[in-house]
Write a protein that binds this ligand. Structure first.
Ligand SMILES: Nc1ncnc2c1ncn2[C@@H]1O[C@H](COP(=O)(O)OP(=O)(O)OP(=O)(O)O)[C@@H](O)[C@H]1O
Length: 265
């Protein structure tokens, strides 16, 4: 008996995305299996954030998917009601925003926002949420849990805020984690540590991760597959080893050439 391959967790089919009628993504096809790490690489303005915001249903009032389908667990997200879509955000799909602090309410503490994020989907006490946050903060090398939980978003540095954002998205153990430049504000050591934690998350929980990044070097270390976007079009897409070793597109070659190398003398 022949068995057909499992349906991907996420499948983007022939998608076109416009802001106020102006197309920024065209004819885009991508899929992500359970437990896969996919990096979406490209220069500023190539449409990386637009694509993951479309998956999350967070394009804003001007942005629309005008063509195609986005399947998550075999359901077309684009035909779901706004309420059903809202329920998928958090427990099914988590998002780490490029600027995490600005995605939070500025006048409420991190602890209060953590508690609410979990309470909206699960019956849980404040102490239990703090326990979960403490374990995740430790993994992210964030010291002084109570101080962070008592802080307001503006009181955290960029690097702390990014790690708090990753921990917050991991709290509900989503099947799919979408991350927008998750390590851009981190120094080299913390960047390596956060990258390791993302890998561990995939290994331990089978989480699928879509990582948007400018950094094809980081994509090469972390991901199974790489998609390269240039001006809203997919110019290269495949297994990380083939994209890095044998890129077919000039733009991908340029991105790879731009990665600094450490030369041992
Ligand atoms: N809300 C919006 N309204 C109108 N145009 C937008 C909006 N958001 C993004 N764009 C445009 O869509 C295009 C893609 O932007 P997007 O932010 O997705 O690119 P990106 O690859 O993520 O860039 P970066 O790496 O700088 O974040 C750009 O031309 C941008 O100006």
């Amino acid at each position: 008996m022949s068995s057909s391959p499992p349906f991907p967790l996420l499948e983007i089919r022939n998608v076109k995305i416009c802001y106020s009628g102006i197309p920024v993504i065209s004819d885009l096809n991508l899929s992500v299996r359970t437990g896969e790490i996919l990096s979406i690489v490209g220069e500023s303005g190539s449409g990386k954030s637009t694509l993951i915001n479309a998956v999350m249903g967070l394009l804003g009032s001007e942005g629309h998917v005008t063509k195609g389908e986005i399947f998550f667990k075999e359901t077309n997200l684009l035909s779901m009601t706004p309420e059903a879509r809202r329920r998928t955000r958090g427990p099914e799909m988590g998002m780490v925003f490029q600027n995490h602090a600005s995605s939070l309410c500025p006048i409420r503490t991190i602890g209060a926002q953590y508690y609410e994020a979990v309470k909206a989907h699960r019956k849980i006490s404040r102490d239990e949420v703090e326990g979960l946050a403490a374990a995740l903060f430790e993994r992210m090398n964030l010291k002084n849990v109570s101080r962070i939980l008592a802080s307001y978003p503006f009181e955290l540095s960029g690097g702390m805020s990014q790690r708090v954002g990753i921990a917050m998205a991991m709290l509900l153990e989503p099947a799919l984690l979408l991350t927008d430049e998750p390590t851009s504000a981190l120094d080299v050591i913390v960047k390596a540590m956060v990258s390791n934690e993302l890998k561990k998350l995939r290994k331990e929980k089978g989480t699928s991760i879509v990582m948007v990044t400018h950094d094809i070097g980081l994509a090469a270390i972390l991901s199974d597959n790489i998609a390269v976007l240039n001006q809203g079009r997919l110019v290269e897409y495949g297994a990380t080893s083939s994209v890095i070793i044998d890129p077919q597109d000039d733009y991908t070659r340029e991105l790879i050439r731009a990665v600094p190398r450490i030369v041992k003398r």
